[in-house]
Design a binder for this molecule. Structure first.
Ligand SMILES: [Zn+2]
Ligand SMILES: [Zn+2]
Length: 750
């Protein structure tokens, strides 16, 4: 990356000009450069500008500065591009930090970062003025995006504006040698925000089995003692959440192993600056109700000072394993968005929490905890929010500005500017009216922050998605910009391509739950070839199954189980097979009388197999049965003859027949199902792709780690290069990025 234009002789005075792009603003970069300049006795300047940072250094050791600059970057800084040129010396001895130029609003807001080690030193140092202060932060850590109203990223534009700095904080803020130089949210117990309850009091409530709502960084958490089965059960009842797994929060890295068996790469992900929730193998020593029927547990480390204070108050030390462990789940009652506001919390969480703990720093932007897992040797998202937004995704090339409106479930929006795509945080299911309001706010916030006017809007083909309606209304209100509609699964494939810088012709598969096909059908197991101009061909798909009852089939696997019988022409046997399900007889009669429309969805095929393997009951959330099956798998095995390839289709009815005829126990069935799907989908895609080609793998089914890893491995063994979603989730959370990429391809073509 470095390309030093001119060599210098040691001892000779040189002046170098460096232009740096990447994550270099709001991350303590200027004081870092200031410190290095002092170390090497250099004159010159550093300043933020529209592209990033420009700096000049002059002196005998300018080259040493350049080397140290790269090797000693501050924790949150990242260099994407470095340009260096030699310029004429000016005889400057002093190094100064120049003020940010007016009009240079094209700056970035950094993502929120977990409390850094140095701030933890301060937090627990009785001699520090930040001792036990729940809002300690510095340029290496703390909230950013969640408290910023608008650009440029300055204290006055954040929810810290109402806290005038005390003399000590003002001095640190103005001192280029201080870690808190221009730490916009700097605060201390004299001048900053305050917590409504003391940590001791909060811990006492938790130990007594109470449910505590705690205001954090991106919203309120609901907390309870994770070892207390009765408290966990009460939280489930009060939150009306039957089975969807809860995440736990532990004090520190050493504590993870008390409850899980984290691998080295999972620990690395856990301690990264974002501190996401990471799925790790569970030791199954916490109450089963935390993550019913799951083999893995969502774990996160304490990431805000207030969390560290709770574990400290519970008797823990900073680095030793601490068995005080909390369920920490988003406070989002009844599918509504995460609660962020104090009054809202007191009103809406009163029936759920026994104690509501607030503070007086407003959360401007809501952000759930991000959820990740290691898939095929690298991190992948299940939900992308806190700690990652608003970090842009590099699209690899310039293009028109597009606002892409995403899907309906797990909705996100993407706004592009130049070669960057800004994907907003996980919003949620737009059927909920408050979530839809949050969605509209997120669109407005993105447009305000980036200060751009979209040349086009992009959305799904589905006319009933609220995101589609939003695109149409907002485009006509705002500017009359064209609204471009893209097929759901083409967007899934394009999303994976976009984050890998693939904007041209691209082959891929969308393995998904449901999306509207361009023939009006229900799609979800598609091999697609994008043409690089916004269009695509569909060389093949998963052999269809009947979709009895439309959306209801996604919640009631029994319906897909009946579809499996129907596909085999054996519907008359179904009622006897599902003898324990009273509704099976009536449903199969209805089915026989009036055949249902078809779906090519791989997600529904999972549901069919789940029903045949004894998971026919109504699901608490989409994909629950499939997740239970995934959790059972130790080693996937392919059933000999379990699939057939014909006419560009992969047909798994032989596998379904085997499950019906042999009724294997659930684990054996789950291993056969996964193994056969991997072998069948792998063979199918191999038959449709060109030799050695890249194959993009998108869609909600790729959240299934066994399937994603198995398929990627299978394709690699056959000489292909599988691409998995890394920077955005493979499910509908990534749809907006794919729509944006397709829209830019189409517009660029025109
Ligand atoms: Zn810090
Ligand atoms: Zn202060």
């Amino acid at each position: 990356m470095m390309n030093v234009a001119a060599r210098e002789t040691k001892g000779e005075v040189t002046r170098l000009r460096l232009r740096l792009r990447g994550a270099v603003q709001g991350v303590g970069f200027r004081p870092f450069a200031y410190g290095l300049a002092a170390r090497y006795s250099l004159g010159g300047f550093v300043r933020n500008d529209a592209q990033g940072v420009t700096l000049e250094v002059e002196g005998a050791q300018a080259q040493d500065f350049v080397v140290a600059l790269q090797s000693e970057l501050p924790p949150l800084a990242r260099l994407d591009h470095v340009e260096i040129e030699t310029v004429a010396p000016r005889g400057e001895q002093a190094f100064i930090i120049e003020a940010t130029r007016q009009g240079a609003a094209r700056t970035r807001i950094p993502a929120d970062a977990a409390t850094c080690e140095k701030c933890l030193d301060d937090l627990f140092d009785p001699a520090s003025r930040f001792h036990l202060y729940p809002f300690v932060n510095c340029t290496h850590c703390g909230p950013r995006y969640t408290l910023t109203r608008r650009l440029p990223y300055d204290r006055a534009q954040t929810s810290m504006a109402c806290f005038p700095m005390c003399a000590d904080c003002a001095r640190d803020y103005a001192d280029p040698a201080n870690r808190r130089f221009h730490a916009e949210p700097i605060a201390c117990s004299n001048c900053g925000p305050r917590l409504s309850h003391a940590p001791d009091e909060i811990v006492a409530a938790l130990r007594a089995g109470q449910i505590v709502a705690l205001k954090g960084i991106g919203g309120f958490h609901l907390l309870c003692d994770a070892r207390n089965a009765e408290a966990v059960a009460r939280l489930r009842v009060r939150k009306s959440r039957e089975a969807k797994p809860f995440a736990i929060m532990v004090a520190n890295e050493s504590s993870v192993s008390l409850f899980g068996r984290p691998r080295a790469d999972e620990l690395e992900l856990l301690r990264g600056a974002a501190h996401p929730i990471v799925l790790v193998e569970s030791r199954q020593n916490l109450p089963a109700a935390i993550a019913p029927d799951m083999a893995r547990l969502g774990v996160m480390l304490a990431y805000a000072p207030v969390h560290h204070l709770l574990f400290h108050a519970a008797g823990g030390t900073r680095h030793d394993a601490n068995d005080f462990v909390l369920v920490a789940t988003s406070a989002n009652p009844g599918g509504a968005p995460l609660v962020t506001d104090n009054d809202e919390a007191r009103a809406k969480l009163a029936n759920i929490a026994d104690l509501v703990v607030t503070h007086d720093r407003d959360i401007v932007v809501r952000a759930d905890d991000s959820v990740m897992q290691i898939v095929d040797g690298a991190p992948a998202f299940l939900r992308r929010a806190r700690g990652f937004v608003p970090e842009p995704i590099d699209l690899g090339a310039d293009g028109p500005c597009v606002l892409a409106c995403g899907g309906h479930h797990k909705a996100t929006l993407t706004l592009t500017r130049g070669r960057e795509a800004f994907v907003c945080q996980h919003v949620g299911d737009l059927s909920d009216s408050e979530t839809f309001r949050f969605y509209r706010e997120s669109a407005a916030h993105l447009l305000r922050l980036l200060d751009v006017t979209p040349e086009a809007y992009a959305c799904d083909l589905h006319p009933d998605y609220l995101s589609t309606r939003f695109a149409q209304e907002d485009a006509s209100d705002a500017s009359g910009a064209p609204v471009l509609r893209f097929q759901h699964h083409a967007a899934h494939v394009a999303a994976v391509g976009a984050e890998h810088g693939m904007n041209g012709v691209l082959f891929g598969a969308a393995l998904d739950g449901h999306g509207l096909g361009d023939d009006g059908g229900s799609w979800g197991g598609e091999a697609l070839r994008l043409d690089g101009r916004g269009g695509f061909r569909r060389p093949g798909h998963v052999a269809p199954l009947a979709l009895l009852g439309g959306d209801r089939a996604a919640r009631e696997p029994l319906r897909m189980g009946l579809a499996a019988f129907a596909a085999l022409g054996r519907l008359d046997e179904a009622a006897a097979f599902f003898a324990t399900r009273a509704e099976a007889a009536e449903l199969s009669r209805r089915f026989a009388a009036r055949p249902a429309p078809a779906t090519t969805s791989l997600g529904r095929l999972f549901d069919a197999a789940s029903a045949l393997l004894g998971f026919a009951q109504r699901q608490d959330f989409e994909g629950q049965a499939a997740m239970r099956l995934e959790a059972l798998v130790r080693a996937p095995r392919a059933l000999e003859g379990g699939y057939v390839l014909r006419d560009g289709m992969v047909d798994f009815t032989p596998l379904l027949a085997h499950l019906i005829d042999t009724r294997p126990e659930a684990r054996e069935g789950a291993e056969l199902l996964h193994g056969t799907l991997i072998a069948g989908v792998g063979a199918w895609l191999s038959s449709l792709a060109s030799r050695g080609e890249k194959i993009a793998l998108g869609g909600g089914c790729l959240m299934n780690r066994v399937l994603a890893e198995g398929l990627a491995g299978h394709l690699r063994e056959n000489g292909f290069a599988p691409l998995l979603a890394r920077k955005i989730p493979p499910n509908d959370g990534g749809l907006s990025l794919g729509q944006a990429a397709l829209a830019r391809a189409l517009l660029t073509q025109e």
